[in-house]
Design a protein around this ligand. Sequence first.
Ligand code: PAP
Length: 318
Amino acid sequence: MHKQLPALQPLAPLPDISIQSSPDLPAYLQEKELSQEIRDLVMSLPTEKGFWHTTRQLQGVVACQKYFQAHDTDILLVTTPKSGTTWLKAIMFALVNRALFPEPKLHPLLTNNPHVLVPFLEMEYINSQFPDFDNFTFPRLFSTHFPFFVYLCRNPKDTFVSLWHFTNKLRKPKEMGENSLEEAFDKFCRGVRLYGPFGDHVLSYWKLSLEKPERVLFLKYEDLKKEPKVQLRKLSEFLGCPFSQKEETCGVVDEILNLCSFDNLSNLEVNKTRKLPSGEENCTFFRRGETGDSMNHLAAEMLEKMDPITEQKLNSCG
Ligand code: PAP
């Protein structure tokens, strides 16, 4: 069935939109080998320095929308960037597959970055219309930063500060210029951000979680920090794999939380020294892992600017 679908046609590089090509950048930020369809689409979209989306990712999104074959049991983790994706990927992988990996010393999370075990769906489609998902266990676990149902959000100030640090680690200042905190903050407040405005991203899932609570679970990074056990139990029930009394007694809840803790994951050799297939160093996904770190970075007037924007956007929905 796959083979009957029309192929995307890779063309020679097109210089006028190859704004992000550099051998030093992670693969997903490179703009080479785009199909004509994506080139046409990109030319029709608004652009701004700082981009809302990279062109190659867009190619992955379009291919994913066309060719992804969902299974009834698939689980999709949706996050806004820098909200704790790496953490929740680890937790969900450990939770859903706990029967498969009973031996703690042989757990795949000890030797693989969580982004490898729970890939971003659209990223898998950047280089191929038919990525190989054959070695996935069921239920298959994918993630996306795209709007669709475990959703994770984080307070916008910490999210912004985390994103700013992350972007600075990835970018090459000589080629791409400085990324000042002030300029980046201004863009974030105006909604110029990877995957679009923060408030719209969060609000769309919040509303959906109220409309379809059985299909969309809305989690918050801050709640996971404050009451990890409560949140993990909630997640296990939502995903249809609640903890048995025996597991509760044996400490499986703590085991998963310890395995996926910031201290454990960030100190693993795989996360200190290795890179993702897409080029980012695994260590870039672990910085401080705290709530409220934005207070150490944002000036009072910045906080005053963001609060009303957030309030105006989110307050009406509780
Ligand atoms: P992504 O959107 O690029 O996948 P994501 O994992 O959502 O990144 O966000 C990274 C943030 O989660 C970092 O926050 P910080 O910059 O404020 O420190 C990172 O430290 C934090 N993080 C990663 N793993 C964990 C974890 N196991 N526990 C708590 N926080 C974590």
